[in-house]
Design a protein. Sequence first.
Length: 105
Amino acid sequence: MSPTLGIREMSASYGELMLVEQPAIACLESLGWTHANLYTETFGEHGSEGRESEHQVVLTRRLRAALSRLNPDLPADVRDDAIGQAIDQLTRDRSKQLAVNANQA
C-alpha cells in the first residue's frame, strides 16, 4: 500500500513548475539550449550575468559573445560597432508598437 500524499506534495506535483516550466526546459535542452538557474544571480556591471536588474531580459554579455562566435570573419575594425548595433536593434523596446508590427520588425 502506497502512502497518501498530503496537500503540499499534491500541489508541488500539480503546479506550473512541473506542468509547464520543467517540460519547457527539457524541450529547449533537447534542442541544444543550456538551462541556468539564476535565482542567486547578482546584478550590476560586475554581476554574475551582467544585468542591471531582473527586468533586463536579454543577457547582453552572452549575446555579444554569441554574435562574435557567429561572425568570425567580421573585420576587427568594424566588429565591435556592428555587434553593438545588432544588440541595440535586438534589445530595442517595442512594447509601444502594435504586436504585429513589433514581430515584423
